[in-house]
Design a protein around this ligand. Sequence first.
Ligand code: BG6
Length: 519
Amino acid sequence: METLLSDRLREGLRLRRHPGPCAVVIFGGTGDLARRRLIPDLYNLARKGLLPAAFAVVSFARRPLSDEAFREQVRQSVEESPDIPFDAAVWETFADRIHYVQSEFHDRAGYDRLQAVLADLDGRMGLGGNHLFYLATPPSAYHEIINLLGASQLAGRARRAGDVGGTEGWTRIIIEKPFGSDLETARALNWRVGEVFDETQVFRIDHYLGKETVQNLMTFRFGNTIFEPIWTRQYVDHVQITVAESGGIAGRGGYYEEAGVARDMLQNHLLQLLTLVAMEPPTAIEADAVRDEKVKILHAIRPYAAEEVAAAAVRGQYAHGAVDGRQVPGYREEERVAPHSVTPTYVAGRFEIDNWRWAGVPFYLRTGKRLPKRVTEIAIQFKVPPLLLFRQAGMEEMEPNVLTLNIQPDEGISLRFAAKVPGQATRIRGVNMDFNYGTAFGVEEPTAYERLLLDAMVGDRTLFARRDEVELAWALMMPILDAWAAAPPSDFPNYEAGTWGPDAAKTLIEGDGRRWRRL
Ligand code: BG6
């Protein structure tokens, strides 16, 4: 039977629209993110024919460079990108669309120059006055840039126009994480953004939401009949979300010392994954319908009381050790890290969701740097069958069913269930039923940033965080951050690089009679 819900879901899942004419203005265009990710990904979109014919990239940055010199830098980054094939003909056309505006972020005159460049491009290339600003600078510059976008006509017009486009075109802004460093600074930033832009113009990016398997989570849950009925406390014992990284802090010591793992990963990527696993079906795959459901989950997550933090959230910091057979330094030996730093690089926590569906089902989240391998997965572990029928065959316990959503590196889904080992005896073993993205579809997947850049160009905010969402996520972090700041750890470093984190993380889950998955 067709229902309204299924029609609306199907509508939302339809192939994305192609973006119309526009300019992408990258603040911090010579920075790491822009060089490594944003501009190569835009080039790659051009290579795949996914960019509009009328398109320009404008880099707004401090270094004195000409258009030509900047293009040359970009060319090098694209050529060096390991997963992007370089095509000289595509490059020629793309390069012509790249422009450079040199300015300090606090210099009003720079914004006037930017405006002149955009007006010229609008006229010459028919961009329709459609401008997408991307804040890829250090977060300390965000307020300044937003203020000056507001003070110059660039965003003055935007505020009036909202996101409706029309003859004046549309203006949107993408804001990179970290969005604030605690609840107070996130609120202040939201307030500042809200002074200048309408919420419909604001795209707070979390690149985890652009990953293919993460999006597939919604299709998997709501596009199939068989999983949703068992996605509840009646059948699910617990959920584990792991984002393990084998890498260290990759030369970002300055940033990481300020951030630490809870701000860098937990507040955003892991909580986003949790909300997608736990949310109720939205009424449509449409920005506010989806985000309303995610926000309900954030409201329902039980905030830690200060005295609960020590038992429910474990922190760690890596010492030197071996990863992939290679000796690596400890966190305190990394560049721009204090020799007695107490910044955590690992966190594991137990979260409870106080709603009808999930009451009593713990969600265990863990993430850390310098773990034995890079793997991100969500595992739904089901309850064991109610009756142990196979005791006479020597089975004292049954392995539970586990549904695993592998987000990286091998994107796919696998279901573990019990099967009888062939032969006379009744012997039972767990086996896997696997779906692998790469082999099933054999198509080149867009990177997370490619996907999200396109979404912002077409104005789809479904995969971007809303104002209330970001603040609620910070509110959940605050008891942890406050308790950790109030009681600095005395045992850091407490895990060796190349191991699965501190012992206390084991105790956390084993104390509940459960075990971390072996990955
Ligand atoms: C970033 C964090 O947001 O995500 C990094 O700042 C982290 O510290 C990275 O390494 C992980 O992203 P991915 O896509 O490689 O899992």
